[in-house]
Every structure is written in C-alpha cells, then in structure tokens.
Write a protein that binds this ligand. Structure first.
Ligand code: SAM
Length: 342
C-alpha cells in the first residue's frame, strides 16, 4: 500500500455521521492492567461517548453494511495482532534514519500540507455530537469562551465550529507546528478573523512558552484531534505541562486519537517502527497508538480524567470482501487539580 493510501485510511477516522445518534455522558471507571478481551464491553464498564450504534449480531450480516460499531475482539484476534507487532520489532527503523525523523518532525508535516493543501482530512462535523462542551460553547448566550485547537492542521475541526457558531463572544485559535498548515488556515475562505486566529506553536515546546498572545490559564476548551499521537513518548510530559499552563481552572481537553491494534498500526511493514507502538509513515510523519490505560497515566498526573473510551469499528469493503478493524480512543480531561497549577 502506498504511503498516501495508508494516510487516506488513517485520515478517514471520523465517526460516520449516520451512526451518531444521541449523546451519552457517562464516566468510564478507571481500569488497571490488561483487559480481559473475552468479557463484553458492557461488563467491562467500557461505555462509549456516542460513537455509532450499528451492532453486528450475526456474522452472516457482515457484508450487508459498510461499517459496524463496537465490534468485540476475541483472544485469537488479539494474539494475531501481537504476533504482527512482534514481527515489526524484529525490523525497526535503522538508527541513522531514526535520528533523521526525530530531528525536525514539523518539516514532514510542512511537506504533507504542501502536497495535500486543505484537501486531505474530512471536516469533523461529528465533534459537536461527541463533545457536548463544544456545542454549548456555540450557543448564542454561552458568553465569553475561548477554544484552542492544538494541531489544527488545515482547519477541519476549527472551521465546522466557526460555521456553526452563534456565540458572539466565542474566540477560537488554531495552533500547529507546521507553518504550512497555519498558512492554509489563515488563507482559507472560512477563516473569520473576527472570531479566529492561527499561530505556529509546538505542543511539546520545551521552554514552556505559550502560543503568541495567549496568557497562562486563559483557555476554556482545548481540542486535540489526532495530534498527540504525533509526539514522541519522551515529549508527553512536557506537552501535558504546556496544556496545564494553558487551561483555566475547570477548563477541558477534548481528545481523539489512534488506539492500540488499529488497522493502520498492524499494517506497518519492516523498517517503520521507531519505538514500541510508535512508527514513521511513508511520508515521514510519526504516529503512536495508545491504550486507555496509557491515557489515564499520561493525563491523570495533571488532570481529572472525566472519561476515556474506545471506538471500535469494523469497516467493510463489500466488493473486495475485506474487513478492516479500526480502533480509536476518545477522552475528556478536566483541569480540576488547580492547586497544583504551575
Ligand atoms: C493528523 S493531523 C490532524 C489535523 C487536525 N487536528 C484535524 O483534525 O484535521 C495532525 C496535525 O498535528 C500537527 N502536529 C503534530 N505534532 C505537533 C506538535 N508537536 N505541535 C503542534 N502541532 C503538531 C501536524 O502538523 C498536523 O497538522
């Protein structure tokens, strides 16, 4: 599969609109250690945000629709996935190439946006359904609310928010460490400078400096959609500390990203593994695949974990009789631990 195709699959990661029904606000209990995959998701207390509601109850029906939600994995499938990961570990990225990719990761995203402009990711219209806080922020009488989208890319999350906004006091800022991405956002016909700004900023900024013009503890909602996975694991602590510095007390982080054993992880061939569960794509961009437990550990140090859930979807190519198992994580964190704020 070409790098472009692989990216097309990775990018096609929004819950399909038709599958979003109602919003459910449930807190997922913390889980420790490995999951028992033979127990159903309800019994594990693994409740979704909203996600889709099309359940596959009989294997005979599998080719009748393009996608199925909450598809359970059996132990056999998990073992198969682990075997694929073990094979990848036998042939990691060569040390010379690794230092090349780790040196200036923004360069590869710049190249990505030069090649694809704004035409790659789909508009993420489902966000309002999955994250009610965003919906509330857009209401006419919501009052002053500031939203920061980190890793805004070409604006596929930011612009649907702006387009639906009825709140005269809403401000939304997109930041990305790719200058090319920020340029695309600023030049977009959807960019309304009355409500929106875009700046270059690195989520893992080592000095702790905030984006230009942003005061410490001034942001109500941070949105991070498929951006945290682009960080190297050694950058997570700095990134979380930067996020903490941005958020107001009780401010929230809305998160969606790749989950462990996602199709795109299992498809990586030899010479792509940078570190455990961390890969370099054909176009030089990096991607990590998280577990729920890891998100609890990474964000739980500074934030209250409101919920973390797994979106498991079976996508079906009916013509080619292909089954593709997609796994994404979705989470919400709150800046409740304000007394520890730096
Ligand atoms: C997969 S794209 C997602 C774009 C956008 N969030 C969306 O939903 O369409 C990941 C984006 O994160 C940006 N990114 C990756 N690492 C970053 C970092 N350390 N700081 C800021 N942006 C980063 C990339 O430049 C890219 O635009």
């Amino acid at each position: 599969m070409s790098a472009e195709m692989e990216n097309k699959i990775s990018a096609d990661s929004a819950p399909s609109e038709e599958n979003n029904v109602v919003s459910v606000d449930e807190t997922v209990p913390k889980t420790n250690g490995e999951k028992d995959w033979t127990i159903s998701r309800e019994d594990r207390g693994d409740r979704p945000f909203t996600f889709g509601q099309r359940y596959l109850t009989s294997e005979d029906d599998v080719w009748n629709h393009n996608a199925w939600d909450h598809v359970e994995w059996g132990e056999e499938q998990r073992v198969e996935a682990e075997e694929k990961l073990a094979k990848q570990r036998e042939m990691p990225v060569k040390p010379f190439d690794k230092s090349l990719f780790m040196g200036n990761p923004a360069k590869y995203w710049d190249q990505f946006y030069r090649n694809n402009q704004a035409n790659f990711f789909k508009d993420r219209k489902w966000l309002r359904v999955e994250f009610p806080a965003l919906y509330e922020a857009q209401k006419p009488d919501a009052g002053p609310i500031s939203i920061l989208e980190v890793g805004c890319g070409a604006g596929n999350t930011m612009f649907p928010v702006l387009q639906n906004n009825e709140n005269p006091h809403l401000s939304i800022m997109g930041v990305d460490y790719s200058r090319q991405a920020v340029k695309i956002v600023r030049e977009s016909e959807h960019f309304d400078s009355k409500y929106a700004r875009a700046e270059v900023w690195d989520l893992a900024e080592p000095t702790g400096a905030l984006p230009e013009g942003v005061e410490p503890h001034s942001v109500d909602i941070i949105v991070m959609i498929f951006v945290f996975s682009a960080l190297a694991p050694e950058q997570w602590t700095q990134a979380v500390s930067n996020l903490k510095k941005l958020l107001k007390p009780n401010g929230r982080i809305l998160f969606r990203d790749y989950g462990r054993y996602d199709l795109t992880q299992l498809r990586f061939k030899a010479g792509r593994l940078l570190d455990d569960n961390f890969y370099i794509r054909g176009d030089g961009t990096r991607v990590y695949f998280f577990t729920e437990e890891e998100l609890h550990e990474i964000f739980g140090t500074e934030f209250e974990v409101i919920k973390v859930a797994t979106d498991r979807r079976l996508m079906v190519n009916r013509q080619r009789k292909l089954k593709m198992y997609r796994i994404w994580l979705q989470a919400e964190f709150k800046n409740s631990k304000v007394e520890e704020s730096k």
